[in-house]
Design a protein around this ligand. Structure first.
Ligand SMILES: Nc1ncnc2c1ncn2[C@@H]1O[C@H](COP(=O)(O)OP(=O)(O)O)[C@@H](O)[C@H]1O
Ligand SMILES: [Mg+2]
Length: 230
């Protein structure tokens, strides 16, 4: 099985949107992927309107009408780092159990698309960060970053953090979630600097999307480039 861990330079950068496009692409290729959200925060339950899994299941035709709860391993009410959101409910994430659940839920699938919460240095427990979980899962990291000003710094720091732990990223995707969209010359410059300094491909730029119910297949070439072995 191929497993990818969709991490990002921050919360709200477009990890879920990238996960959505990857899930659509993998189904389109005839694969049997599974989306996994190990720790969801800011939600009452996996069906909450702010649940990433719910967004994915609502917008992938092969998943519409299916129960998204199995994609979410733990879910906490407060919109905070998982460690604090859990602690404020008197709970604690058990990293061993979390890992077992990830593997269990991936069984029988061709690909796992695992989405982190926030960025790499987000605490899952008092002693474990998201980046530690990436290492434990053995999934290949994919970095989602903004297109906007500041992204060169944030993406390169994410790359260095992963490499420091011998986790070589598969690639980078930049996402334009803002209105007005990022200036195209700036996007080109950001992409140029990121590729030059990271020696990693920026597989593409996801432009601002107005309607997620419309076909996203124009973004499949980005997925193809990203998932290509290199
Ligand atoms: N390309 C895009 N076009 C329009 N809106 C976007 C785009 N990417 C992300 N968004 C919106 O920005 C917000 C954050 O994106 P999301 O994928 O949930 O980020 P993350 O998973 O990193 O927290 C969401 O409301 C999402 O719908
Ligand atoms: Mg998300």
């Amino acid at each position: 099985m191929d497993s990818f861990f969709i991490t990002g330079t921050d919360t709200g950068v477009g990890k879920t949107v990238l996960s959505l496009v990857l899930m659509q692409y993998l189904y389109h290729c005839g694969a049997n992927p599974v989306y996994i959200k190990p720790a969801q925060t800011g939600c009452r339950d996996p069906y909450d309107k702010d649940s990433d899994a719910k967004f994915i299941y609502d917008h992938v035709k092969e998943l519409q009408g299916k129960d998204c709860a199995p994609s979410v391993i733990c879910c906490f009410r407060e919109p905070k780092a998982p460690y604090f959101a859990a602690r404020n409910e008197g709970k604690e994430i058990n990293p061993h159990e979390l890992l077992q659940e990830i593997y269990k839920r991936g069984k029988g699938h061709s690909h796992m698309i695992i989405e982190g919460a926030g960025g790499l240095f987000v605490p899952l427990t008092a002693t474990m960060l998201m980046v530690d979980l990436i290492g434990e899962t053995k999934a290949v990291p994919v970095i989602a970053g903004r297109t906007a000003l500041g992204t060169i710094n944030h993406v390169l720091m994410a790359v260095e953090t992963l490499r420091h732990r011998h986790l070589e990223p598969q690639g980078i995707v930049l996402i334009d979630s803002q209105n007005p969209p990022t200036d195209t010359a700036m996007i080109r410059e950001n992409q140029e600097a990121i590729e030059a300094f990271s020696r990693l491909p920026v597989a593409g730029v996801i432009p601002s999307i107005v309607d997620f119910t419309k076909s996203l297949d124009f973004l499949f070439p980005i997925c193809k480039r990203l998932l290509e072995k290199h």
